[in-house]
Design a protein around this ligand. Sequence first.
Ligand SMILES: [Zn+2]
Ligand SMILES: [Zn+2]
Length: 529
Amino acid sequence: MSGHPYCRRFSNEEIMRIKEMCMAGIPPRQILSSLRQSNPHLRAISRNIYNKKAKILEESLAGRTVIQALVDELGEGGFSYNIEYDQEGYLTHLFFAHPISIELSKSYPHVFLMDCTYKTNKYKMPLLDIIGVSSFNTSFYSCFVFMQKEEEKDYVWALEMFNKILGVHNQPLVIISDRELALMNAIRIVFPSACNLLCMWHIEKNILANCKPHFREEVDWVAFLSTWADLIKSPNESSFDKAWDCFENEYKENAAVLNYIKGTWLPLKEKFVSAWTDEVAHLGNRAISRAEGAHATLKKYLQVSTGGLREVKEKICLAIEHQFQEIKTQLSSEKVRVPHRLRIPFFKEVVTHVSMFALDELYKQHEAAKYGNLSSQCTCHFFKTMGIPCGHMIKDMKIQVLPLNAIHNQWRIDARLFNNDQHASLDDENDQINSLLLDFKEKYEKLPILQKDDTKRQLSQFVGTSFPLILEPKIQPHKGRPLGSKKRNESSSTRREPSKFEIVEKSRKCSVCKGVGHNKSTCPFQVAS
Ligand SMILES: [Zn+2]
Ligand SMILES: [Zn+2]
């Protein structure tokens, strides 16, 4: 009896629950155990849930193609989106921004991080993830772009869409990225006034991968790292020039290292050396780690790397909605919170108006002004980068109460009121189209009879245009793993492939020179045979 299909049939209530759990991204195995909890007699196996899921998917398509259904859902959900497809009709680019993300991005337009993540979808399309920063110094997803390739024109397309959702009055001031030249060029083209800083963490890792193999002794490598660290921390241009002369002199014998630094990093010094970056209001963002964290969170929602675009979009929505709830909760709690240590006149105007993150930073500076021995020549880099007065400024101001406008708008919480209405961002657009339609009608009524016919024909032609038949993206060839890595294994894991530096870190020592990152056949010190 137990093998009889009848016992495996789900009740209507169970089907509803399966539907809900599928939508929430719960894997079939967990759906099954949840169903069994309320119905211990359920004989169904995972396979039945998979089949049910496939049927639910088929029903939801209602005869549409996957892309058509996706586009319908994006439109109905109030998303801003755009698609591109090739001559054969295969989708090549998909940009989308959730209405919540658009609202957040317009509210916090100062700093964005841009980074691609992989293994998110079955087509193996890279996913460009643009991340913003809230008043609480937490991250939010701004927009997502699936791209077939990562060339300059792909990034330009993506950033132009991003620019459109921000609008002319919300241009970003700072964009953090890796040294991805195609992306950097696109940033320069689309956001010419933004300052593009490079991720410090990735620079360090690239230095490790490319320079460490050229050091025979560990002590020399450690010395190199410390010289490099001093160089990039140069507080002003003249000290950088001096430090660079020393660096060049120190490593003139090590041509490979010097040429690498000169060729790869020196031309980009303004994008990562303190002398320049400390003049930029990057609000404390000098690494892409925030984006790495956001990718990791997203992958927890995705669970597998084999989902289609519609499933990935669904799960991205869940992640965005969860993030938004957290921001709203924090906003309402901080709007009323006044910690005891801040109950002094100096903070009177700023408490409950700026975030606790900024208040904590301000408190540290205030303490330093009160008790610390402040340097007589403050560079005010803290103020310039964070938009919060530095200890020296606080001391010099000689004021009882800090005015609210002394704090960067980024950290303000009082003026923000996030609307829960998902379609809020569409209101402007609806107003525009409604007024256009009214104008059209008025003009149409006054037209001579033949022109009326003509206009009607054009209009009905436009309305009758059906959505072009667009096919799901072609599966991209596997992104090559760096040399020296272990053999690939195809899997549904969302885990990132190791980067070159990680392989350098892990690899064994060379038998000739005991260095890492190469073996005896590629050793720069090997004796010519
Ligand atoms: Zn200062
Ligand atoms: Zn070697």
